[in-house]
Write a protein that binds this ligand. Structure first.
Ligand code: SAM
Length: 622
């Protein structure tokens, strides 16, 4: 493991010191933060797959790869807000990096289709379903800020309320192995270029095929076909086989002449696992540490969460590699006011601008360009602005260490747009020594700072103008943070409405026809159970509340869409559920990110770094 590796390098150096007559205690060794690194970003072992993520140390099944998971950003109804872009021109690279909102419990934020950008671990890791080793949990709504309120906190609505999406080792992973998450079979099935990539069961089936082949060449008990004949048969049937679109044949490496021999000694799964492992020396030479940063509530009261140094980082350390997803025209993030009359509540351009997608606040841009570059990778989206305390700066990444193609800096934005994958990256570099636990700050630039100062003034005026609306608002987040109070039933609500009109009651689908939670309830660990088993939320009505063995238990009706007819709902009565089965959610377009006075501004790329070729806007905006 890397720990052993670090320890052994250290002891060699210490040996040398002792030999030179210098006591090891008095001479501190130069610290190398990379030797402690558990997660690396480096070129993938999958050919053509760009960047990948590697284990820098051993992980046991069930280990969390990070203590606090990554940010998750909803992209709301973008197809209908940006309908002016014709589908042929709709090259939205984020589509390759977004998740389905229902399974992540975020679909209630929009009326149509919510995409979920989950730009942390899962966006940087590749997917190899046959040997996937990392599972990603659902994000959790950010309850830590339940005390922030739109009537007093100008920062609210300026960052996504979702985060802490944790990654967990699904099996034991040894140092040097590439991490693979599951993008799901559907991701591979809907991409023609992926049609021969093996899915979950295909490595197993290919193994069976190989065993059948071995039987075939076994002439009788004693005799096997001569090796060259066997090899030829293998070449004819497997290696040169052009069965188009077979995922099982796709499981073999057709360009590897030794595969036949190797497979006599090990299964395809073991072989692929071995082939997706690199030495730590190789990884260190070609990669960048991906866990120098950890997340937590920011020291800046209005900023939400922030990134912190997870260990001592000497000046000039590359604190993070920051791969980028480009959006050629920032106008694509515009959101329009909704039609008030139609039931569909579609956005309409003629009604005027509502604001911009919250994704804008996570992207980098320049005043003379329509281009946005949005970062992904572990924790990099958590870094906040501070001009005076900045301890990291941006630079273009070293092309040796990932997927940065410097030649793109000379191409026009139109040309950039023809790239179907992310091919640009920044690096964040320590401006000085950074102590373990220090918050990481970047200077977002003067224009950002000025925009924030102007926001504070305008925000104050807006809140004063709408004092009552703001003061009387209760968010779903506030209601969820109260875990003790008895919830009101539908009947209580008929007597007098107890919950604000902007929230809805939903139930965790995982409690439907499933008693597994009872064991966890007995041990007081339902929250842990939910973390790994979360499924979508269903509309739900609370019918009855009882106290059973000292605990409040709820009888609810969950409403599940009929699989045969979307417009129908099937009612399920579930009795005696715990409080955790019920969640309040904000109704579409009501949560803080939709406030018309919420802060929106891209992070600014320093002028000296920004290529001439991308300056397609003559005067700076505003
Ligand atoms: C890239 S995100 C940083 C992560 C963010 N704090 C979060 O919790 O997801 C940028 C956004 O964070 C908030 N932010 C960052 N620096 C801030 C600062 N100095 N003061 C107030 N808000 C800040 C703003 O809403 C900004 O648009």
């Amino acid at each position: 493991s890397s720990i052993e590796y670090a320890a052994s390098t250290r002891s060699l150096a210490q040996d040398a010191l002792i030999e030179a007559g210098i006591s090891e205690e008095t001479v501190p060794l130069p610290s190398n933060p990379n030797s402690e690194c558990g997660i690396w970003l480096a070129p993938s072992t999958i050919p053509g797959a760009g960047l990948g993520m590697y284990a820098g140390r051993d992980f046991r099944k069930g280990d969390l790869l990070q203590e606090y998971g990554d940010v998750v950003i909803p992209i709301i109804d973008i197809e209908s807000h940006a309908r002016e872009y014709s589908p042929e021109k709709w090259n939205f690279l984020w589509d390759e990096y977004t998740w389905d909102a229902e399974s992540l419990q975020m679909d209630h934020e929009g009326y149509g289709h919510v995409n979920v950008a989950s730009p942390g671990f899962g966006a940087a890791a590749n997917s190899f379903l046959g040997i996937f080793n990392v599972e990603e949990y659902s994000p959790v709504p950010y309850d830590e800020t339940a005390s922030l309120h739109r009537s007093k906190d100008p920062g609210l609505g300026g960052f996504s309320m979702y985060g802490n999406r944790l990654s967990v080792a699904k099996r034991d992973i040894s140092a040097g192995q590439e991490f693979f998450v599951s993008y799901g079979e559907n991701w591979f099935e809907t991409r023609p270029q992926m049609k021969t990539v093996p899915l979950f069961k295909d490595l197993k089936k290919a193994n069976q095929l190989f065993r059948s082949f071995r039987k075939l060449i076994q002439v009788d008990k004693q005799q096997v076909l001569p090796e060259d004949v066997a090899k030829e048969l293998w070449d004819v049937f497997i290696r040169n086989n052009k069965f188009d679109g077979s995922r099982i044949l796709g499981a073999f490496h057709h360009d590897d002449p030794d595969e036949l021999e190797t497979l006599k000694k090990m299964s395809l799964q073991s072989l692929r696992r071995l082939q997706s492992t690199r030495s730590l020396e190789w990884i260190e030479e070609h990669g960048t540490c991906g866990d120098h940063l950890k997340a937590g509530p920011s020291e800046l009261a209005q900023a939400g969460r922030g990134a912190f140094a997870s260990r001592f980082l000497p000046a000039d350390t590359v604190v993070a590699h920051v791969p980028l997803i480009h959006i050629s025209d920032r106008g694509r993030l515009n959101m329009y006011q909704l039609e008030t009359r139609s039931k569909q509540r579609r956005p309409s351009r003629s009604k005027g601008l509502l604001g911009q997608q919250i994704l804008m606040n996570y992207c980098y841009g320049h005043g003379e360009s329509t281009l946005l570059l949005c970062p992904y990778g572990p924790m990099v989206n958590y870094i906040n602005h501070n001009a005076t305390k900045a301890n990291v700066k941006l630079r273009w990444a070293d092309p040796q260490r990932g997927n940065h193609m410097p030649e793109l800096l000379e191409r026009s934005i139109e040309e950039l747009d023809t790239n179907a994958t992310a091919k640009l990256a920044f690096e964040l570099v320590a401006l000085r020594d950074i102590q373990s636990g220090e918050e990481i700050y970047l200077d977002y630039g003067e224009e950002w700072e000025q925009a924030w100062q102007e926001h504070l003034v305008k925000w104050q005026q807006h809140v004063e103008d709408h004092r009552d609306d703001f003061a009387n608002y209760t968010s779903a987040r506030q209601l969820n943070a109260d875990k003790r109070s008895r919830l009101y039933t539908e009947f209580d609500q008929i007597e007098s409405p107890r919950y604000p009109a902007n929230v809805e009651v939903k139930c965790e689908k995982v409690f439907l026809d499933n008693d597994d939670w009872e064991v966890f309830a007995a041990n007081n660990t339902i929250d842990d159970y939910l973390r790994s088993h979360r499924d979508e939320l269903l509309p739900c009505e609370i019918m009855r509340v009882e106290r059973i063995e000292g605990q409040l238990r709820y009888t609810v009706v969950m409403k599940e869409p009929d699989p045969d007819d979307d417009s129908l709902l099937i009612n399920h009565l579930e009795e005696h559920l715990p409080r955790q089965a019920i969640r309040f959610v904000d109704k579409p377009y009501t949560s803080d990110i939709f406030l018309t006075n919420a802060f929106r501004h891209d992070i600014r790329i320093p002028d000296e770094m920004f290529p001439q070729a991308w300056r397609n806007v003559i005067q700076t905006e505003q």
